[in-house]
Design a protein around this ligand. Sequence first.
Ligand code: SAH
Length: 395
Amino acid sequence: MYTIYLKRHKEESLRRFHPWVFSGAIDHADGHPEEGDVVRVATHDGHCLGYGHCQIGSIAVRMLTFREEAIDEAFFVSRLREAWALRQALGLTNRTDHGIFRLVHGEGDRLPGLVIDVYGRTAVMQAHSVGFHLCRHTLAQALVRATEGQIEAVYYKSETTLPYKADLQQENGFIIGHSDDHTALENGLRFQIDWLKGQKTGFFVDQRDNRSLLEHYAKGRRVLNMFCYTGGFSVYALRGGARLVHSVDSSAKAIELTRRNVDLNFADTDTAQRHEAYAEDAFRFLEQAGSDYDLIVLDPPAFAKHKDALRHAIKGYTRLNAIAFRKIQPGGILFTFSCSQAVSKEQFRLAIFTAAAMSGRHVRILHQLHQPADHPVNIYHPEGEYLKGLVVEVE
Ligand code: SAH
């Protein structure tokens, strides 16, 4: 194994457990580690700081441990047991009415570069680093061991998440077991999960708590769910007793999934009759919509994927929300989100403030929302905080 030596005084952030080593902090290596190799990281005078996965780019190493320990199956079993224990403490495991949660949230679970979402007895594993791609089989075995058989099948889905330059010819597919049941339960509601082609691991697990909150506001309301993807918010709104629910997404595939999920839960009932889905651009739909809605959800894709796109993104959030403020019924409730990591909580709130001011209406903040506890934020890695939302009431 190769050792990477840091420049003098560049070890401070690692001593505070920040999980990334930037290329500018490196003095030299005692060989030529390749992308994906486990490397030892040391101070300039050779004192070991820990071990991590080597990668090409400005983040040169993602740290797996800050101790002297081997990175092997036993290491992964121990990390995954810890992750499972947290979800157990959160009341997400061993439930008959609920099987969807995030088991590993990268840096938040001290496994930087790895995401694992659980759907019943199947886990969907996503590598964001070559290091985790290379050890995917060991990891999958460790996962079955750590969960004592509660996970029976592991689907590997890294086609779109690995650095494309690495050219690994990765494939999506089961690497342990197999399951033909592509549905899973969230708080008693059934959803179809598109592991094969869907965004992320097939479902937006991170909106679970916010969907539950929306259910409580839905009774008797006319709901517009913009950027609906699988229709998560729509299905909760219907169960909550909404008078009508309109779901909008520009992707025809998403609209098909939304319809299927409404059917999975409410087929042949009056409830299903209260739902309509439209494959349309959100901005256009909102502009043309009447002013009948009194509960609107805005959950757009990340407008800023990088810091450079920030200004443009903030304008996008302002413009979108301004239309919603203009259209919503008096006494209406707006659930508005940003999942751009590059946009801070304060910047997002300022964008909503601007949009509200443009509408000239009184607006009150009822809830300040964020990612749920199964997407934990490592306190030494604040970059892991990405989802923010506001629930506001419009006079
Ligand atoms: N609210 C969803 C997740 C939204 S993901 C949930 O709870 O699961 C963002 C969605 O926005 C994607 O499905 C994407 O197809 C859609 N989208 C992106 N640009 C859009 C646009 N201009 N108009 C409408 N939908 C759009």
